[in-house]
Design a protein around this ligand. Structure first.
Ligand SMILES: Nc1ncnc2c1ncn2[C@@H]1O[C@H](COP(=O)(O)OP(=O)(O)OP(=O)(O)O)[C@@H](O)[C@H]1O
Ligand SMILES: [Mg+2]
Length: 382
């Protein structure tokens, strides 16, 4: 008789791949539902169901015999998942938590819960959109950030606009509701990863600093550089976010740092109810990685310690350039940075596409930043 736990993952990208890498030593069998064009997990996972995440038949096939169904992305049809839940399949996080990946829903939910969020307005067609956008911009210095409530990632679906351009944009938009918020003068950005079990047991990793380039995460640094009291505030806000969202598994909370007369404070930017780019350095720098912790949490197993194992760590994403393969430059990168922990996802290199990451751990924050950057640049061929 086999007692091997089976975790089914909807999505077959790099997050599913890294979940599989964590599943192996735990003796957990990982199965993925991979759509055409999903790359990353296929090289590592032996049990792959091919199909779209919104196809009920494919979802039922990946869920068959699984202890739990979880996700590597949130673009899943909620009605199809609700049918699975109704049929008795354990889905973690739940459909209700997955709704929090909608930027309009999260802004409204977290504001209603008294969590600190930027000023915002949702344009969902319930009032004239051009007048609402004009009014919001006038009240906030003219320039606003416009966000598609669903379907955006890596800065796609985020636009900084003002004046006629803004009004024309909202007038012509036919997609999901838009969220408008002021363009904030950011002092910085940080992220907190939270893991939560169905029983409510919660673990957080130390706060990390995140650096975005062109709206996309470029670099993640531990420690965050925040003073102890702001770090405590960030952790507290993130825990409350996870509770309000009803998170099970890992949930990433991206926070803005903004100046106030009393010093910097945090606002919730967005949450992702899954393992996340801002937590990749936990693989090489922390007692339990976000990937192992996610599996433990969705299986309702005890959570692991999250302490850093090193004084400092930096992760830099490797982004595709020309249509060549970073694997051919690995030896060169390792020759220059022997301590680089290289994680390549086996994805086709395309400009702007995340195809891997590098983490460097060490005693000194700045030194890890330099070394990780050097290794990532060498791998990207830039
Ligand atoms: N209101 C704002 N004011 C200033 N900068 C902002 C604002 N909103 C977003 N940004 C910048 O744009 C980046 C991307 O925004 P956001 O996190 O909403 O988009 P995303 O595409 O969902 O992100 P991800 O890369 O996490 O998938 C933020 O990390 C931040 O650097
Ligand atoms: Mg973001």
């Amino acid at each position: 008789m086999t007692v091997q736990p089976v975790v089914a993952v909807v999505g077959g990208g790099q997050l599913a791949r890294m979940l599989a890498e964590a599943a192996s030593p735990l003796g957990v069998h990982l199965r993925v539902l991979a759509a055409d064009g999903d790359e990353g997990a296929g090289e590592v996972v032996t049990d792959v169901v091919r199909g779209d995440p919104d196809d009920e038949v494919a979802l039922a096939a990946v869920a068959e015999g699984a202890d739990v169904v979880t996700f590597d992305h949130e673009n899943v049809d909620h009605a199809a998942l609700e049918s699975l839940e109704a049929a008795g399949v354990v889905v973690r996080p739940s459909v209700a938590t997955l709704r929090c990946s909608d930027k309009a829903h999260q802004r409204r939910t977290f504001a209603a819960a008294g969590l600190p969020v930027p000023d915002f307005v949702v344009l969902d067609g319930t009032e004239p959109v051009v007048a609402a956008a004009r009014g919001f911009a006038a009240a906030h210095g003219g320039r606003v950030v416009v966000k598609a409530s669903r379907g955006g990632y890596d800065g796609r679906g985020v636009w900084m606009l003002s004046g006629d351009e803004l009004e024309a944009f909202v007038d012509e938009w036919t997609g999901a509701p838009l969220v408008l918020e002021p363009e904030l003068d950011l002092v910085g950005e940080v992220a907190v990863l939270v893991a939560r079990r169905p029983s409510g047991e919660v673990a957080t990793w130390p706060v990390v600093e995140t650096v975005q380039v062109g709206g996309m995460c470029d670099e993640v640094v531990l420690p965050s550089g925040l003073d102890a009291s702001l770090e405590a505030t960030a952790l507290d806000v993130a825990r409350r976010v996870a509770e309000v969202a009803g998170a099970v598994g890992v949930l990433a909370v991206e926070l803005f740092l903004v100046a106030t007369p009393n010093g910097p404070t945090v606002l919730v930017n967005e949450v992702a109810p899954r393992v996340h780019n801002s937590g990749h350095l936990t693989i090489d720098a922390c007692a339990t990685s976000q990937f192992e912790q996610h599996l433990r949490a969705v299986l309702d197993w005890p959570l692991g310690p999250t302490d850093p194992l090193v004084p400092a760590a930096t992760m830099v994403n490797v982004v595709g350039g020309a249509d060549d393969d970073p694997r051919q430059r690995q030896a060169q990168a390792l020759a220059r940075v022997p301590g680089a922990r290289i994680h390549l996802y086996g994805k086709t290199s395309r400009p702007g596409r995340k195809i891997g990451h590098v983490t460097v751990v060490g005693a000194d924050r700045d030194a890890t930043r330099e070394q990780a950057r050097l290794a990532a640049d060498l791998l990207a061929g830039s």
